[in-house]
Write a protein that binds this ligand. Structure first.
Ligand code: 6OD
Length: 483
């Protein structure tokens, strides 16, 4: 396999630091890419480039920006296979998933925010003031400025474009730092943006580990930070920006629950649950890790989920039969395996999985793990409280609706939930009682890009999506004209 050479991108130029690191493939342990790590000097150059580009970019018309975003979407479609190969090379996920989810969503993200910015108006209203005085008030949207975009390794291109598209639509310039594990698609996107006509300096990329991210968010030239990733990293970003009081938009961890009522349509529920637990090897912030099942169907549902977990096919990401890739890295596998062991120490019964599969050949050098289903845990056990971020769920029985809601809400997180029932009144009722940002009924990860996306509690701050993204990526200046 060829080793990809990945550079930083600053003001439209490829910039090498001379301090590369190797990205190791999680599929087989081979070197997948050599990546030029950015130190504080290159981060500073990238932020300055973004600031230099800001005045001219923010002065372009909304129509011009929307046209460019649509052109970017077209160019990603033209180079679709390249993006798929880059995403698969970094993550090891099945090529079919990269096609249908990651790269397809990158196209959709640019088109969606071209539409949003084209349709968005400025709030404007007439007010009567005290003593009979009148004034016309209207608010104008201004770009936030130079935005730091920090995105994780699980859905690298999807999450990057989910943030870059609205940032550019609002007239901001960006410095992005992809995860050290997944540098490729952010770099490829730079060339697509350039081809589409986005000016140099509007989109800059710096690569590296936590130190690079820290240098970026602590830089005095950054006007705001949008971040998807762990709660711990979100907390340290908040500390870094606190002295300069900069706004943040955070989508953080989850410990998402599914609630399955006895009247649920069993096959459809099992199909949905299987996706929600095992998609992307459980490495989606929205994945279900706790499943509360009404007692009369508990055994049947457990048997169905086990059967589906065993039917998943781990293997070569380019084999169309493969459904499930490895975890992102051996260190992450160690973390997930710690929870596998801890669950057994807490008394979990392992219905399937629980270890490392023997796939044979070169794959034994990868970060593979078995899809796993537990019973026998309670909400006080640590594997039921911490985000594991692997292909695993615990099944717990319940009797009443109130009990199910209480169990599901018994968490410090609050990103997503799903309710499975054929009683739609109950579906609405329970969905609204979930203390989360995203509450699904009889589905999971079904997205309308205009809807608000984000979490409560440890799961984040703010909402992005459609016009909700504009609230973060722009500032409102109210103009009051005495009449
Ligand atoms: O679908 C999206 O827009 C989104 N932000 C998904 C996040 C997944 C986190 O792993």
């Amino acid at each position: 396999m060829t080793v990809r050479e990945i550079s930083n991108v600053i003001a439209g130029e490829r910039v090498d630091s001379g301090d590369p690191y190797d990205r190791i493939s999680p599929v087989d342990g081979s070197v997948a890419a050599r990546v030029q790590r950015a130190g504080p000097d290159l981060v500073d150059r990238a932020v300055r480039a973004a600031r230099d580009a800001l005045e001219s970019w923010s002065g372009t018309s909304v129509t011009a920006r929307a046209t460019l975003l649509r052109r970017v979407a077209d160019r990603i479609e033209e180079r679709f296979d390249e993006f798929v190969a880059a995403e698969v090379g970094d993550t090891g996920k099945p090529a079919g998933s990269a096609r249908s989810l990651d790269v397809a969503r990158a196209v959709a993200n640019f088109r969606a925010f071209a539409d949003v910015i084209s349709a968005a108006g400025q709030p404007s209203f007439l007010t009567s003031l005290a003593e009979g005085r009148q004034a016309l008030n209207y608010a104008v949207r201004q770009p936030l400025g130079v935005v730091a975009v920090i995105v994780p390794w699980n859905l690298p291109l999807l999450l990057l474009t989910w943030k870059v598209a609205p940032a550019l639509a609002c007239g901001n310039t960006v410095v992005v730092k992809p995860s050290e594990f997944t540098p490729s698609t952010a770099t490829l996107l730079a060339s697509v943006l350039a081809e589409a006509g986005v000016p140099d300096g509007v989109y800059n990329v710096v690569h590296g580990f936590g130190a690079t991210g820290h240098a970026l968010v602590s830089h005095s030239g950054i006007d705001g930070v949008t971040f998807t990733g762990s709660t711990a990293t979100g907390s340290s970003i908040m500390s870094a920006v606190a002295p300069r009081v900069r706004p943040v938009s955070f989508e953080l961890g989850g410990k998402n629950a599914a609630v399955v009522f006895a009247d649920a349509s069993l096959d459809a529920t099992l199909d949905g649950l299987t996706r929600s637990v095992f998609a992307n090897t459980g490495q989606v912030c929205l994945c279900t890790e706790r499943v509360y099942v009404q007692r009369p169907i508990f055994d049947e549902l457990a048997a169905g989920l086990v059967e589906r977990a065993r039917a998943l096919r781990l293997g070569d990401p380019n084999d169309p039969a493969t459904t499930t890739g490895p975890l992102i890295a051996p260190a992450h596998r160690e973390k997930v395996l710690r929870y596998y062991r801890m669950a057994e120490e807490c008394g979990a019964k392992v219905l399937t999985g629980g270890g490392v599969p023997a796939l044979g050949g070169v794959l034994d050098g990868g970060a593979w793990i078995e899809p796993t289903v537990w019973t026998g845990l309670t909400n006080s056990d640590r594997p039921m409280r911490d985000e594991i971020f692997g292909p695993v769920a615990a099944l717990v029985p319940f009797d009443t609706e109130d009990e199910a809601v209480a169990l599901a809400n018994d968490t410090d997180y609050g990103l997503a939930s799903s309710v499975w029932t054929t009683d739609l009144s109950r579906g609405h009722r329970v969905a609204q009682r979930m203390r989360v940002g995203l509450s699904w009924v009889n589905t999971w990860f079904l997205r309308d890009l205009r809807s608000p996306f984000g979490g409560v509690g440890l799961s984040g701050i703010g909402r992005e999506g459609g016009e909700f993204s504009l609230d973060f990526y722009s500032e409102l200046t109210n103009v009051c004209v005495a009449l």
